[in-house]
Design a protein around this ligand. Structure first.
Ligand code: TGC
Ligand code: FAD
Length: 392
């Protein structure tokens, strides 16, 4: 039986939002309801990224939404977060696509690029005519990107890149990759490069057999003597701090996204529990143990909403620190995964079928818990912040 999402607001959360913020949220919600929900289960089964949505999402201003100029929507951080929430209510994979394109490909060009690089790339990326990806992780360096082996070597007016990147969202559908590499001539300092994906020596191959984020493309990238002009260096990058600054943008969006996935699972389980009857012809919602699960979920969703709204308000004042964002990403993704597991349980056998969205969200959230810094890495970032001791 089809269950339609009704929104989740236990504590008058909406009253904390401005009219503009609610409008952005509602517009995105309608877009997802009309365009993604009807096709997402088919995409998930087939392992297909819904590329037909790339242009419509550009038209709604989703790409680089919080950047100013270059055709970008110039949304506040809270508005951008609400977009991420609604996208992930549909599917983590579609939120991943928009997050990576916006926060990990457009943002580094915006923050570290030359005027010419910004003019060349940002307007076409905003319009969805060119797609970007972010290559930081390598086969042997995930949580510890500082150990990366990818190298850039200066040769006349060019750089030559060699290395492997792994688990790269949108890798094979991108026109440009932001590649992080150690520059041999600069004492192995990490810097960012714009690498057009049609350059000789650049290869992207999709990773198949994922049980998670099946509607998102994930690829490995290989660079063998890829020559790029020196003007493709992002001039303001310098050290590991540069890619980590990009991660702060994307982690922030993910913390909102977790709320969306949790809301989808909770609302589905609540509606199901009211019509599904077991024992004495009573709805399962009348049993105390089912109510306990629903009460846990709505409490945690509400706390997660307040947490990320506060981080968003701080970010709008330029006061959100990495450890604040780590707390929100860690908590909200963990909370969403727990909600998905409880919601799956409430649906009994139906919980494992893709007639309902819960198992898909649950499987997606396993990746979301790992990428952009694992749950445990964010634990250590918070621990480092409060103790002053680095325990990585
Ligand atoms: P560490 O010495 O701690 O830091 C180096 C410099 O960076 C600064 N910094 C940050 N700056 C801005 N934002 C942040 N989040 C920052 N974190 C650290 C730091 O203050 C320092 O600055 P300075 O001035 O002293 O140089 O570096 P470390 O090597 O000890 O590493 C620390 C650690 C473990 C926290 C870091 O490596 C880390 O976060 N690891 C996790 C890696 C990760 O998250 N990878 C994500 C790859 S992209 C991805 O997953 C995309 S999936 C997206 C999707 O599909 O939606
Ligand atoms: P590892 O670092 O090997 O960690 C394995 C386990 O060890 C984890 O539980 C971890 O918490 C634990 N661990 C590691 N170090 C410590 C420590 N010091 N103390 C305690 N525990 C520790 N990367 C990109 O660059 N771009 C992308 O677009 C991108 N997209 C992705 C899409 C998907 C679907 C997935 C699954 C990953 C993606 N990633 C991307 C990679 C992602 O960022 C990494 O998977 C993540 O950073 C973890 O690295 P790892 O998988 O190598 O795990």
């Amino acid at each position: 039986m089809a269950i339609k999402f009704r929104g989740v607001d236990f504590l008058e959360f909406d009253s904390l939002l401005t009219d503009e913020e609610r409008l952005v949220r509602d517009t995105t919600r309608k877009f997802i309801e009309d365009n993604l929900i009807p096709i997402i289960e088919e995409c998930n089964r087939a392992g297909r990224f819904p590329s037909e949505l790339v242009k419509p999402m550009a038209d709604l201003g989703f790409y680089g939404a919080s950047l100013k100029g270059y055709g970008c929507a110039g949304m506040s951080n809270v508005e951008y977060g609400l977009v991420m929430q609604e996208l992930e209510r549909g599917d983590s994979g579609i939120r991943s696509f928009v997050s990576v394109h916006s926060s990990l490909a457009m943002y580094p060009i915006y923050a570290f690029g030359s005027d010419e690089q910004k003019q060349t790339w940002l307007p076409v990326m905003q319009r969805g005519e060119k797609i970007g990806c972010f290559g930081l992780t390598e086969p042997d360096f995930g949580s510890n990107p500082g150990g990366m082996r990818t190298r850039a070597k200066k040769s006349g007016k060019e750089y030559i890149l060699n290395g492997e990147k792994m688990w790269i969202t949108s890798g094979s559908i991108s026109d440009v990759a932001i590649i992080w590499a150690k520059v041999e001539d600069e004492d192995n300092k990490i810097r960012g490069f714009l690498v057009e994906t049609d350059r000789p020596g650049f290869r992207a191959e999709d990773i198949h057999g994922k049980w998670s984020l099946r509607a998102s493309v994930t690829s490995s990238l290989s660079m063998q003597d890829v020559r790029i002009p020196e003007s493709n260096l992002l001039p303001k990058t310098g050290g590991l701090k540069s890619p980590l600054m990009c991660l702060s943008q994307a982690r922030y969006g993910i913390a909102w996204g977790g709320i969306g996935a949790a809301m989808a699972c909770y609302d589905c389980a609540l509606q199901y529990s009211l019509f599904r009857k077991q024992f004495r012809d009573q709805p399962i919602a009348s049993h105390q143990l089912v109510q306990q699960k629903l009460a846990w979920m709505i409490s945690e969703i509400t706390k997660g909403q307040l947490l990320i709204l506060q981080v968003g308000r701080l970010k709008d004042k330029d006061k959100a620190a990495p450890q604040h964002i780590s707390m929100a990403k860690r908590n909200n993704v963990w909370m969403a995964l727990e909600c998905a597991r409880m919601a799956r349980d409430i649906l009994g056998a139906n919980g494992v079928a893709d007639e309902y969205p819960i198992f898909r969200h649950m499987a997606n959230l396993e990746s979301v818990k790992t990428y952009e810094g694992t749950h445990d890495i964010h634990t250590l970032i918070i621990g480092q912040s409060v103790t002053g001791i680095d325990a990585f």
